[in-house]
Unconditional design. Structure first.
Length: 111
């Protein structure tokens, strides 16, 4: 993962604008607090399907980036595959950096 993206994500975590893990991320999505969803590339297919479909339903951008170990280490947590950014400013900044790194938004989940 790009250093600039990692830096913004860790800053977002320190500011309390990042929900980590399945339960907290799903809760943020349902409450329409989430502005961006990040999934680890090595998350299970069921987890990817669940969050890609839910994010598209709620019209929230979702990106598949990094691996569980790298993302968790960046955020200072252990074994988390799903992250929900709840601040629109941080989300826009992260999304811009993801596009600059040629990482595209996840499309509809296919079987």
């Amino acid at each position: 993962m790009d250093r600039q993206i990692s830096s913004v994500l860790s800053l977002c975590m320190k500011a309390g604008m990042l929900k980590t893990g399945d339960f907290a991320s799903e809760k943020a999505l349902r409450a329409k607090e989430a502005a961006l969803i990040l999934l680890a590339a090595d998350a299970s297919d069921n987890t990817k399907k669940k969050y890609v479909n839910k994010a598209h339903y709620y019209k929230i951008p979702v990106y598949i980036v990094g691996c569980i170990a790298d993302l968790s280490h960046t955020m200072g947590v252990v074994n988390r595959a799903v992250f929900a950014v709840t601040d629109r400013g941080f989300a826009a900044n992260i999304e811009k950096r993801l596009r600059d790194a040629n990482i595209t938004e996840a499309g509809e989940w296919q079987k």
